[in-house]
Write a protein that binds this ligand. Sequence first.
Ligand code: PYC
Length: 333
Amino acid sequence: MRSSVVYHAVDSHTEGMPTRVITGGVGVLPGDTMFERRQRFLAERDDLRTLLMYEPRGHASMSGAILQPPTRPDADYGVLYIEVSGCLPMCGHGTMGVATVLVETGMVEVTEPETVIRLDTPAGLVTTRVRVEDGRAVSVTLDNVPSYSHALDQVVQVPGFGQVRYDIAYGGNFYAFVRLEELGLPFERAEKQRLLDAGLAIMEAVNEQNPVAHPENPQIDVCHHVYLEAPGSTAQHSRHAMAIHPGWFDRSPCGTGTSARLAQLHARGELEVGAELVNESFIGSRFTGRITGPTTVGDRTGILPQVTGRAWITGTAQYMLDPTDPFPAGFLL
Ligand code: PYC
């Protein structure tokens, strides 16, 4: 066996969506904040992301997180989210996977019935509360970064669909919300390619015709997620298919998407502080979200979102790279 590198991983899934948690082998990434580390990682070490996420070690809807020492004194670990699509500022299902791995591998001091872990993420500090029974992480509740509704009732021109109405909100990433009834598309897994094509076309139109920027961090300036709302969804129980750049569906109910959904519903006057939302994914798995209070995001009115879900460890691995491997940065078909 020849290998120039070895990356240690604990693989997990959160309500169906994988998180490959890289626990060793990367070293400390340069940068004074996790956002700066993210920017430098994308510029200088993106081949490591693609090696760990793309085929043949990953696949077209892979997701992961690299553990780091924190850059701030109030956090226990730093987290860099790695995806097939790039490095997200924040990832809810990934955070639940990380918290579960930290508890079940004993990488944090575990207290029962609750273990609190503070994570330094590129989007800000995220506190997780892990419910622990007999050493097992039973559920994870995360206090996500402040979220806000960016705009309601926007319109874009989308090839094949004409004018499409949408709301857009931020919950650690930007999310465009579109009702499937308006697109005339059914909420069925058998129609997943048509749904994905529609989501990607809307995403492109939103980014071209109505670009976004976070009021406090203008470098967060892209909408790579489209929430295709299923018919019959309400402010208490919402079902959706989440189309994500460059072409996959979130298997989980999407933690940052749930946070953005809470902000959108609050801005529409449909969900009050304290009320709960059950958010259901395309495969039927669920997160519960709630608004814990009001806040501001720059000069915008925002909310403090909390999201609860579950994650399971699926395996451990050492990922290697043989110097003769013809695909040192992986590939996607
Ligand atoms: O859970 O926040 C999330 C997420 C983002 C992309 C995939 N999952």
